[in-house]
Design a protein around this ligand. Structure first.
Ligand code: FA5
Length: 345
């Protein structure tokens, strides 16, 4: 019987070696060690063997069984490894192929322009402040010297939210908020969205302004001019020039509209310039010296009386500046969320 066990086992080991797939290996295992397998069959006849021989045969059978099981495990590992290798070979990644780039968004041109404006002014000591877009009529109009019956109210077609509450029509409201909350000296920049009932290629019902305010002793119109010239050169190029045209804003006196020389045709006046339309100049903002009435409304009257408290303010349309910088023909393109447009920035 021992001999038979040896023959079966030796055959099993040969078969295991010959099994070339995991399925074939499993077949060999079942045919030898399975319930009806050859080794099991032999062991079933153990009862007919004289009792004295049984322990030796049982031990030999167990030994062969262990050997076969070990051989199965070894063969299985090597076949599995071969399968894995074949799969790796098949699925090989070509690392020289260019990868698919992830979709990357970009900053909106208005955000980019606002950030650039803030960056320029923060280099000369302006701090950024913000205010609410839903504003009181008082801070948006009354306190900046535009009383209810003032004709200047018509200049800014207003969205009313309720009695005494408006969507702010300009960031000048933030000037007044800040002055009423903080004492002078002040050098602030107030970026943000503003609203007017206005809509065409160069006017949008929601647009963006950046307001600047500097309040201190002896601030002069020449300081304003120097600051704005610095800004224009940083924004539009080192050879940019500015010009101030007298204008009226109720919150400043004197007031001016400020133009920058056309950065496309370099003010070489020609009708064909698509940016300045042949004028050589581009209007970018309103500015002036803070009206003394605003200091009164801010609670700075004492300082005004006791010394030379003065200040300048300016307010610019960010959307218009972004249009100029990028040659965008229609303001409304900025607000349509068209990815083909936005992808260009
Ligand atoms: C004002 O809003 C003043 N608060 C600016 C100011 C501040 C003057 C401080 C003096 C001192 P104005 O209404 O002109 O001014 O608007 C300023 C800029 O906002 C304009 O030059 C223009 O670039 C932009 N703007 C005005 N209306 C619109 C609109 N509907 N759509 C897009 N941009 C606009």
């Amino acid at each position: 019987m021992i001999k038979k066990l040896e023959e079966i086992s030796a055959q099993a080991l040969r078969d295991l070696e010959a099994a070339s797939t995991l399925e074939a290996l499993e077949q060999v295992r079942i045919s030898v060690l399975g319930k009806k397998g050859t080794l099991s069959d032999v062991l079933k006849t153990l009862g007919s063997v004289p009792a004295a021989e049984r322990p030796a045969i049982g031990a030999a059978a167990n030994e062969w069984k262990r050997k076969i099981e070990a051989a199965i495990e070894t063969r299985k590992a090597s076949l599995e490894n071969a399968v894995l290798q074949a799969q790796l070979e098949r699925d090989r990644v070509d690392i020289s192929l260019p990868s698919r780039l992830p979709h990357r968004g970009s900053l909106h041109p208005i955000t980019q322009t606002t950030r650039k404006i803030i960056e320029v002014f923060s280099r000369i000591g302006f701090d950024v402040v913000t205010g609410p877009e839903v504003e009181t009529d008082f801070l948006n109009f009354e306190a900046v010297n535009i009383p209810a019956d003032h004709p200047a109210r018509d200049m800014q077609d207003t969205f009313f939210m309720g009695p005494g509450v408006v969507l702010r029509t300009h960031t000048s409201a933030v000037q007044m908020r800040t002055m009423r909350n903080q004492s002078w000296p002040l050098r602030i920049l107030a970026p943000g969205a503003v609203y007017r009932n206005d809509s065409d290629a160069t006017h949008s019902p929601m647009f963006h302004q950046v307001e600047g305010l500097w309040v201190d002793r002896d601030v002069k119109m020449s300081d304003l001019k120097g600051t704005l010239l610095f800004f224009a050169r940083e924004m539009f190029g080192a050879d940019a020039k500015i010009r101030l045209r007298p204008s009226y804003f109720p919150f400043v006196e004197p007031g001016a509209e400020v133009d920058v020389s056309c950065f496309l045709c370099r003010s070489k006046i020609s009708d064909s310039c698509r940016v300045c339309k042949g004028t050589g100049w581009l209007e970018i903002l309103g500015a002036g010296m803070v009206h003394p009435r605003l200091f009164e409304m801010a609670g700075y009257s004492e300082a005004v009386r006791s010394g030379a408290l003065t200040g300048y303010a300016f307010g610019m349309g960010v959307d218009r500046i972004a249009m100029l910088l990028h040659g965008i023909p229609d303001l409304r393109l900025m607000f349509q969320s068209d990815v083909r447009f936005l992808k260009q920035f």
